[in-house]
Design a protein around this ligand. Structure first.
Ligand code: NAD
Length: 262
């Protein structure tokens, strides 16, 4: 029996990267998955659907802009209309943004907060309203290593992701006795378009203090999300699970010479 046989849920930002890997991982466990992403990502979302089905799951595309309340409410409604239930949600859609914080334009700051922070709050709002009235469920938010430590030249993103960490912990407590278990993953540098498009210097800066000295894979994050969404993590809530090659644990003290290769 697969862990998510007969269950259904949604993954935002599932047209690519970490969200796609998670949608496929849920599919492998037998779930019905709503692949939610921007309308203009429809073609890539359809590729995700094919991969979910190949893995043994069922999937549909639901267009969403996570920064828009009506659109997010509709995403939850459509999930329930199509699959008849909402057992799990991975609130993962996000955008990056770099720049010296005193030079970030106000509309850029607002955009990052709207998608990366308000988008997670809106998704939880409608998911919790449904789950509360229908026997509970699990929610995993995608925070970031940048939600746990400061990250130079990413001020708005850091602020949004620290906000996701705070929202996750608070929501976990508020919903603990409603049968809704809420956690977050905090990925380090993962090989997705968001990171691959960064300038080489930025990638080097990111990897230098990280003990494993490599990019993680979307699958490595997906495995953590599926575990946090499953019964196997039944006593885990309000946790921010780092999936970052040891980067956060060693950010202050790591010295490559102290961790030589064998
Ligand atoms: P990605 O760019 O490959 O995927 C992000 C997806 O979100 C895209 O498909 C995009 O279309 C979608 N999206 C963007 N804005 C949206 C909106 N308003 N509404 C709906 N969908 C929207 O990036 P990724 O690396 O897979 O990132 C996924 C999540 O992981 C993000 O929250 C990101 O901040 C976080 N994260 C990524 C890394 C990394 O190294 N890649 C590290 C830490 C955290």
């Amino acid at each position: 029996m697969r862990d998510f046989e007969g269950k259904a849920g949604l993954v935002t930002g599932a047209a690519g990267g970490i969200g796609r890997a998670t949608a496929v991982a849920f599919g492998r466990e037998g779930a019905g998955v709503v692949v939610a992403d921007l309308e203009h990502s429809r073609d890539k979302a359809l590729e995700t659907i094919a991969l979910v089905e190949e893995a043994g799951g069922k999937a549909i595309f639901v267009p969403v802009d996570v920064s828009d309340s009506t659109s997010v409410a509709e995403m939850v409604d459509q999930t329930v209309r199509h699959f008849g239930r909402l057992d799990f949600a991975h609130n993962n859609a996000g955008i990056g943004g770099t720049g010296f914080l005193a030079d970030i334009e106000e509309d850029e700051f607002d955009r990052i907060i709207a998608v990366d922070l308000k988008g997670v709050w809106l998704a939880m709002k409608y998911e919790i309203q449904y789950m509360k009235a229908h026997g509970g469920g699990t929610i995993v938010n995608t925070a970031s290593e940048a939600g746990l430590v400061g990250t130079l030249w990413a001020g708005a993103y850091v602020a949004a992701k620290h906000g996701v960490v705070g929202l996750t912990k608070t929501a976990a407590g508020e919903c603990a006795n409603m049968g809704i278990r809420i956690n977050a993953v905090a990925p380090g540098a993962i090989s997705t378009p968001m990171v691959r498009q960064l300038p080489a210097m930025a990638k080097e800066m990111i990897l230098a203090p990280q003990p494993l000295h490599r990019l993680g894979t979307p699958d490595e994050v997906a495995d953590a999300v599926v575990w946090l969404s499953s019964e196997k993590s039944s006593f885990v809530l309000g946790t921010i699970l780092s999936v970052d090659g040891g980067a956060t644990a060693n950010a202050e003290s790591y010295n490559p010479e102290l961790s030589p290769s064998a």
